[in-house]
Design a protein around this ligand. Sequence first.
Ligand code: GUN
Ligand code: ZN
Length: 423
Amino acid sequence: MKDELLRGCILSPLVPFYPDGGLLIREGRIAACGDFHAIHEPGVPVNDLRGSYLLPGFIDTHLHFPQLRVIGGLGLELLDWLDRYALPEEARMADVAHASRVARAFTHALAAHGTTTAMVFGAHFAAATAELFTAAAETGLRLVSGMVLSDRRLRPELEQHPAEAYDACTELIERFHGRGRALYAVTPRFALSNSEAMLEVCQRLVTEHEGLRVQSHLNENPREIAAVAELFSGATDYFAVYERYGLCGPRAVMAHNVHPTEGELARLARTRTSVAHCPCSNAALGSGIFPLRRHLAAGVHVALGTDVGGGTGFGMPKEALQAYLLQRVAPSGMTLDPAQLLYLSTLAGAEALGLADVTGSLTVGKAADLVCLSPPAGSPLAASLELAETAESILAALFTQAGSESVREVRVEGDVIFARDAA
Ligand code: GUN
Ligand code: ZN
C-alpha cells in the first residue's frame, strides 16, 4: 500500500493543534502527524482536505444492535420501556434474515456517524450475533461485541439455558474473537435477568479465553436497583454481584451507573472497571443525572455511549453535547470544556476497551482510525467555523452542531469505511 498524506485541520487528544496539518498514513498506521509543510515530502500523494477537520474516529462504548428500530420510544422508564419497546423487537432477532438486515443498517449507521470502534450488545441469539460480527467486518468497523445472556425476568424467547449459552458463546469466541478488527465481550444483560448459574458461565468464559472484554448494565434506574437488591439479598450492592463472578476489571465496561454508592465508586476505581456514560438515554428514560463529578473524584474511568435504542441516535458529538448540557445544569455538575468532549468521544473509549495503544488519538504509531468532518456549505456550522480559529472554538462549534451530514469520510486502519460522495 502506498503512503498517503491527508491535509486538514488536526484535532486530537495527545496531539498539538495543527490548523494546517498533515497526517501521513503508511500501511494503515499513522506514520507522522504535524504541520503539513513540515511533513510534506515530494512523491507522496496529498489528499487535500483543507476546510475539513481530522479527528480520531469516535468510540461508542455502549449500544444495542437489536434496538436500531426502537430509537424514539419516549415517555417510559427502563423496565416498562424494555417490556414495551426493546424486548419484543429483540425477540425478532430469532429470524436470521431480519437480523442480517438490521446488522447491515446498524454498522452502516455507526460508520456514517464517524464511529470507528464500538462496544455493542449483540442479540440473545447466536446466529443474529454472528450476523453483527459479519456485517462489522464487511463495513470495516472495529467491533467489541457478544451474545446477550439472560435466563430470567425477560420474555421466554430471550432466555437461554446456562449450559447451552456456554456452548454458543464458546463457538462465537472461537469464530470471531481476535479475528480482524473484532473482539468478543461476555455480555450478561444485567444482574436482574441472570441467575447465579448464568453468571458462573460468564466467569468461566472470561477465565478460559485470553483478552475477552465484559459488558453489562449497572445502577441505571431506582426500580431496577431495588429489584436487584431483592434478588441478590446477600450482595452488599449492585456492583458486588458482578464482582463476585469476576465480571469487573480493566476490560469490563458497565453502562450507566447513574445511582452508585460511594462504596461502589471506590471499588470501580480500585478494580479499574470503566463506566459508559449515556446521557441521552439517561434523560430519555428518566433514569437520572449522571454523577460525573463523583466518578472522577473517586478515580473511576468514564467513557461515552449512545445506548441506542434507549438513547436517541448514533451521533457521538450529540452524546458529548448532552453530557455537557446535563452537567451544566446538574446541581452538583461540572462544566466540561471542548477538549474534554473530544477526549470523552475518542480516547476515553479506547482506554475503556483496552485499545488505547491501537486507537483513540492521532498519535504516531496508532492505527489510522479517523473521521473527517466537513460541514455542508451554507450551514450554520460552516458559518460558525469561519469565525473559529482556536482549537477550543472549533471543537465547541463541532460538538454543538456537527451531525452525520458533516461526516465526509471515515477510515479504519487507513481504509475508507464511509465516504459521503459514495454514500
Ligand atoms: N438494562 C438491561 N437491558 C437494558 C437495555 O436494553 N437498555 C438499557 N438502557 N438498560 C438496560
Ligand atoms: Zn444499554
